[in-house]
Design a protein around this ligand. Structure first.
Ligand SMILES: [Zn+2]
Length: 152
């Protein structure tokens, strides 16, 4: 398991942003399978990171999110990407491919929905609309009433 897959998807992406923004001040190969570094965080804070490559969850960072916990934080990810830029490139390429796939799936779903609704019988469509309005969230009901019946 790499440090990136051990991180939450949010920490991984924030770490990538930190790496891109050059928040990592220095990186050292401090020993066998270990990388040290320091990262400027929010405000004027600087956090010290020590990455254990073989056991990502044993990595350490002095930030409040990770200190004393077995959590992989964005600072660790940023240091890791600075030490291994090709890993950063692979990470963002895979993420962008995933986003494109998601977008394509969403678009296909929308196209199918539109085609289906356009083929519904009037009575079916009326029944479905009423159900959505009566069972759905209040804002939807209120918006429909305001749009089609006016204020009352
Ligand atoms: Zn941290």
């Amino acid at each position: 398991m790499s440090i990136v897959t051990a991180a939450s998807s949010q920490s991984a992406y924030r770490g990538y942003e930190y790496y891109k923004a050059k928040n990592v001040q220095k990186v050292d190969h401090v020993g066998e399978g270990e990388i040290g570094g320091s990262v400027s965080g929010s405000g004027n804070n600087t956090y010290d990171v020590r990455i254990n490559l073989a056991h990502p969850r044993k990595s350490q960072c002095s930030c409040p999110h990770a200190a004393g916990k077995q959590v992989v934080c964005k600072h660790m990810v940023a240091v890791y990407f600075t030490a291994f830029p090709t890993e950063a490139e692979q990470y963002i390429r895979e993420l962008e491919e995933y986003w494109e796939e998601e977008e394509k799936r969403e678009q296909e779903k929308e196209d199918r929905l539109i085609a289906f609704v356009r083929k519904m019988k009037k009575s079916e469509a009326q029944e479905a609309l009423l159900q959505l309005l009566l069972d759905g969230p209040d804002w939807q009901y209120d918006r429909f009433v305001a749009e089609y019946l006016g204020e009352w």
